[in-house]
Design a protein around this ligand. Structure first.
Ligand code: NAD
Ligand code: DAU
Length: 350
């Protein structure tokens, strides 16, 4: 094995696609997937690669300093791709401290362990921190987030991610830790937990349940297929420059209500329902507090410096995503049993 790479949060949505890509693309790397298996972590996401020789899963919490130090000592990692996080904005509004703990303290715990292990020789080492476009706050009707946009987070989630980004940079400046950061827009695709807009609405359309659109539905997001995010992460990990930030986005803005109507149209078609059936499920509900109006990424830097651009159109990606959910009812059933019912009731019915 030429390198041992730690991927954190590899049982989650994006992490599982990143783990799969690294395990398949780099048979000479040993990939250690560290995940606490919170409600969002699911080893079913990785069934196809779980027996590969270059892959190992370790269950553990990134905020447990002793455990993390021992893990770094044991595996002598050459690189870290850090995705583990609390990731849902609505949950951060209900329980902000949980987000501070995992996203800030957890990231610092990993940074400390990497600094201790690597400080004698930083050569060929890399700490790659996966962040979000939400750290930039909100855009008005026009403009794009660039790598130079000032941080201005509005939710406890985005504030915790912004803070973790600052700590990564500070470890670079203060201790010389080799790092790279990327800030990506909204992902969608297979294995997305049905608390986020697209998978939640697919799940509700299948079950003919209401589609809860927040506020007037005129909020705008830039959507990227998760497999294209995993491609970008691979490229940045291997070819990105130290101490740099890369914005990743789909050049694919949708107002929520237009996206929901498109989803309804495609689902009616695939489920052989009368056109217009699913749209009748749209229900306007109370807005998210501090709701950011618009996110849109300028991904020129990663395009020009590393040659990355999305490989899948939104139409293709959305169709593949819907097909995946329709073909994997067992996955959907497992993740929506138990605690999910309580979450849903508290978020939407109280
Ligand atoms: P997710 O919620 O699906 O997965 C997070 C994973 O982290 C889960 O497997 C969970 O078990 C694990 N985890 C949580 N707390 C942990 C802890 N204390 N110790 C170890 N593991 C823990 O999240 P996601 O949507 O896949 O996002 C992954 C990363 O990408 C996050 O850092 C998120 O901020 C960032 N990001 C997400 C998006 C998006 O649209 N989903 C966009 C940009 C950036
Ligand atoms: O921009 C990147 C971010 O995208 C990531 O950092 C986050 O981890 C990820 O969760 C996502 O955040 P959003 O808040 O944009 O995603 P979400 O799917 O929760 O919401 C998308 C939009 O849809 C947002 O404007 C809120 C709205 N929405 C969401 C839900 C869950 C609704 O109208 N109704 C809903 O039930």
């Amino acid at each position: 094995m030429s390198k041992t790479i730690l991927i954190t949060g590899g049982a989650g949505f994006i992490g599982s696609h990143v783990v799969r890509r690294f395990v398949n693309q780099y048979p000479n790397y040993r990939i250690i997937n560290l995940d606490a298996l919170t409600y969002a972590g699911n080893l079913e996401n990785l069934k196809d690669i779980e027996n590969k020789d270059n892959y190992k899963f370790v269950k553990g919490d990134i905020t447990d300093a002793q455990f993390i130090d021992e893990l770094f000592e044991k595996y002598q990692f050459d690189g870290v791709v850090h995705l583990a996080a609390e990731s849902h904005v609505d949950r951060s509004i209900k329980d902000p401290l949980a987000f501070a703990k995992t996203n800030i303290l957890g990231t610092m715990t990993l940074l400390n362990a990497a600094k201790e292990l690597w400080s004698d020789d930083y050569n060929d080492k890399r700490f790659y921190h996966i962040s979000t476009d939400e750290v930039y706050g909100t855009l008005g009707e026009t403009g794009l987030f660039t790598e130079e946009t000032a941080y201005d987070p509005n939710s406890p989630y985005s504030a915790s991610k912004a803070s973790s980004d600052h700590f990564v940079r500070a470890y670079g400046e203060t201790y010389g830790l080799p790092y790279v950061i990327s800030n990506c827009s909204n992902n969608y695709g297979p294995n997305h937990f049905p608390e986020k807009l697209i998978p939640l609405f697919i799940h509700n359309i299948i079950n003919e349940n209401p589609l809860p659109v927040y506020g007037d539905g005129k909020y705008t997001r830039d959507w990227l297929y998760v497999i294209d995010h995993a491609r970008a992460i691979d490229l940045i990990f291997h070819e990105g420059k130290n101490a740099e930030t890369y914005n990743i986005g789909g050049f694919n803005e949708w107002q929520n209500i237009d996206l929901v109507k498109e989803l309804c149209r495609q689902m009616d078609d695939k489920l052989n329902r009368e056109p217009g059936t699913s749209e009748k499920l749209i229900t306007y509900v109370k807005d998210r507090p501090g709701h950011d109006l618009r996110y849109a990424i300028d991904a020129t830097k990663i395009n020009q410096e590393l040659g990355w651009s999305p490989s899948v159109t939104f139409e293709e990606g959305l169709a593949e995503t819907i097909d995946w959910y329709l073909n994997n009812p067992a996955w959907l059933k497992h993740v929506t049993s138990g605690d999910y019912q309580n979450y849903y009731k508290e978020q939407y019915q109280d």
